[in-house]
Design a protein around this ligand. Structure first.
Ligand SMILES: Nc1ncnc2c1ncn2[C@@H]1O[C@H](COP(=O)(O)OP(=O)(O)OP(=O)(O)O)[C@@H](O)[C@H]1O
Ligand SMILES: O=C(O)[C@H](O)COP(=O)(O)O
Length: 405
């Protein structure tokens, strides 16, 4: 016998758990298992309470049909290691393998269903198509726990529609993440500094709109830098550039100035002539950010900028960081990311709140050898945490709070 908060007695019940197990893979090798580890407590609590736990999750962005490169099989195996118990794996999501696997579960056992995005209904914009797939998912379970914080900003069948079809509860991970992010939005201790980088530039520019009214300083790094530099009229060579966002960046620069928010751009850039690839030895150089050669591309913030950013973070009491400062996966372009991570640990050490959000940012702090405990909170959500900070409605959260659901 055992209960789960919000669901009551779950012993003997089939409980569908939506986790975010979208981890970086090199072939079938998981290069960072942070999201799997973060998903364990909810799955374990349900299994310990005697539930028959059915985990559904996505990996990458397959095109609505099976694609072996995106199979969750290696993830299920790793989950089994972390749970210390066997985890069954269904080779489809709602087909005969899923049905047989779920039917074979005993109380306290766990199964993982194959990548939910192998089904077109999962991400369909058509409510009926999504609903029909959610019906199939829901038929596998008696109750639903939403624990995939990294996907709560997606109105997708396994995140949103399924919650309308089953008794549901918020998982422990989602509850913790929301709790920390609330502390960033409701009266954050100042100075409040936000560091933004990474490569999903247009996805992330939107958050600046909202942060201009909230943060004291905004530090820009990663691929995001070059659209700002281009907006200032600089040559950016072959660097990542989103031409259609130039006006937006100009607007942000002007508004930051008017609002007295320090919007910092790097003064120097680490460049190379090619994007790093396995068979080529990097040939990094450093140039002022206003002098990027036409045949080069920017791959990290330069050493002067890294030192300047570390200084800008030194007196912060609250920091949110999303997106690496450079292509940290390659050592030659990791120094900027390392410097920012180091500066955050210093803020944490003197009692400030530091939050790292984003799959790659979280992976970066771990692969660069930092102790996770040196940060206040490492969020499993990239886009999700940004949309929360933007003040946007998160469908995967509102559906849980909706009494009618
Ligand atoms: N100057 C740059 N040019 C191209 N890519 C860059 C540059 N700087 C960083 N990157 C790449 O950005 C990627 C991470 O960006 P991304 O926006 O996905 O961040 P994230 O922390 O994973 O957030 P999310 O979880 O939202 O995806 C890394 O793989 C890194 O190599
Ligand atoms: O990696 C993420 O941010 C989440 O797993 C969501 O993935 P998505 O951006 O493909 O929806």
């Amino acid at each position: 016998m055992g209960e789960y908060a919000g669901l009551g007695e779950v012993s003997g019940k089939r409980v569908l758990v939506r986790s975010d197990l979208n981890v970086p893979l090199d072939g079938t090798t998981i290069t960072d298992d942070g999201r799997i580890r973060a998903s364990v407590p909810t799955i374990k609590a349900l299994a310990d309470a005697g539930a028959r736990v059915v985990v559904t999750a996505h990996l990458g962005r397959p095109k609505g049909e099976p694609d072996p490169a995106y199979s969750l099989a290696p993830v299920a195996a790793r989950l089994g290691e972390l749970l210390g118990q066997e985890v069954a794996f269904a080779t489809d999501t709602v087909g005969s393998s899923a049905k047989e696997t779920v039917a074979a579960l005993a109380d306290g056992q766990v199964a993982v269903l194959e990548n939910v995005r192998f089904n077109a209904g999962e991400t369909s914009k058509d409510d009926a198509e999504r609903g029909a797939f959610a019906d199939e998912l829901a038929s596998l379970a008696d109750a639903f726990v939403s624990d995939g914080f990294g996907v709560v900003h997606r109105k997708q069948a396994s995140v949103y529609d399924v919650a309308q079809r089953l008794p549901h509860a918020m998982g422990a991970l989602v509850a913790t993440e929301i709790d920390v992010l609330r502390r960033l939005t409701v009266d954050p201790e100042r100075p409040y500094v936000v560091v933004l980088g990474g490569s999903k530039v247009s996805d992330k520019l939107g958050v600046i709109d909202n942060l201009l009214g909230k943060a004291d300083k905004l530090l820009i790094g990663g691929g995001m830098v070059f659209t700002f530099l281009a907006a200032q009229g600089h040559e950016v060579g072959k660097s990542l550039l989103e031409e259609d966002q130039l006006d937006t960046c100009r607007d942000y620069l002007r508004r930051a100035h008017d609002a007295g928010v320090e919007l910092l751009l790097p003064s120097d850039i680490v460049i190379d002539t090619e994007f790093p690839s396995g068979d080529r030895t990097p040939a990094p150089g450093v140039v002022p950010s206003s002098e990027i050669p036409a045949d080069a591309l920017g791959l990290d913030i330069g050493p002067d900028s890294a030192a300047h950013y570390a200084k800008a973070l030194a007196d912060a009491r609250t920091v949110f960081w999303n997106g690496p400062m450079g292509v940290f996966e390659v050592d030659a372009f990791a120094a900027g990311t390392r410097a920012v991570a180091q500066a955050l640990t210093t803020v944490s050490a003197v009692g400030g709140l530091t939050v790292v959000g984003g799959g790659d940012s979280a992976a970066a702090v771990r692969t660069l050898g930092f102790d996770e405990e040196a940060f206040g909170h490492i969020s499993t959500g990239g886009g999700a945490s940004l949309e929360y900070l933007e003040g946007k409605e998160l469908p995967g959260i509102t559906v849980l709070l909706d009494e009618g659901a």
